[in-house]
Write a protein that binds this ligand. Structure first.
Ligand SMILES: [Zn+2]
Length: 237
């Protein structure tokens, strides 16, 4: 009987060791997956819907107002980033500008307010949403701009451009390169910042696409994919 008791004890000890090992392993696996997921999900992303209020931005040939379009695209992108667990901060959430009650230098007041929101949010990424215009109505396509002195911004721009080029190829049969540009919004933070010019409102076909919810959803998804791909590359580099 004594031998049997020892055997039972030994058996219990072995079972206990296995149980502890399983618990430790599952806890460490959960921890490891949280560790790798955390930096990406923990990023604050500022989305800036360009223009607003008295500043409508570009007005399309068929009447699409850039400030309205920018807000719509910003909401679509916000929803995708929200679902993925990012903390999203918007510079504006309605059609109003950010210049408050000032009557002079409204543009300057508007831009200063955007800069303040960006700096207070201390974001990991800034995306400013716009639609473009060009003297030639032939010009089309979605194109990303970055500040030449912000190298991470350039990498983010290239990542987003590669993704939106899927749409440029599908609808215009060509690619575009991300370009450097001298924009105030790109200099509000040292964080990677881009201007997303979603298409040309000076082109009727682009305006039609930017007025189409299906296309806008696809575009939002491409921008979102470019942001996530950038973050994954940066964190494994
Ligand atoms: Zn604009």
């Amino acid at each position: 009987m004594k031998i049997l008791i020892i055997k039972k004890r030994t058996l219990f000890a072995i079972i206990a060791i296995i149980l502890v090992a399983v618990v430790v392993l599952s806890v460490s696996l959960t921890y490891a997956s949280k560790q790798t997921a955390k930096p990406i999900g923990a990023k604050v992303i500022v989305l800036d819907a360009g223009h607003g209020g008295i500043d409508a931005g570009v007005i399309g040939k068929s009447g699409l107002k850039e400030s309205d379009f920018n807000l719509k695209m910003t909401f679509l992108l916000r929803d995708l980033l929200d679902k993925a667990g990012f903390k999203v901060v918007l510079t504006r959430e309605n059609e109003d500008g950010l210049y408050g009650k000032v009557t002079k230098n409204r543009k300057r007041a508007d831009m200063a307010a955007r800069k303040k929101i960006i700096q207070e949010a201390n974001p990991g990424i800034i995306v400013s949403i716009h639609a473009n215009k060009y003297p030639s109505s032939e010009r089309r396509g979605a194109q990303v701009f970055y500040d030449e002195y912000n190298k991470a911004g350039m990498r983010l721009a290239k990542s987003v451009q590669a993704n939106v080029n899927l749409l440029n190829q599908e609808y215009i049969k060509r690619d575009f390169s991300a370009l450097s540009g001298d924009y105030f919004l790109l200099k509000c933070s040292h964080a990677p910042s881009i201007i997303m010019e979603c298409g040309f409102l000076s082109n009727l076909e682009d305006e039609k696409l930017l007025s189409d919810d299906g296309y806008c959803n696809k575009l939002a998804f491409c921008i979102y994919g470019g942001i996530v791909a950038f973050l994954e590359t940066e964190e494994t580099a």
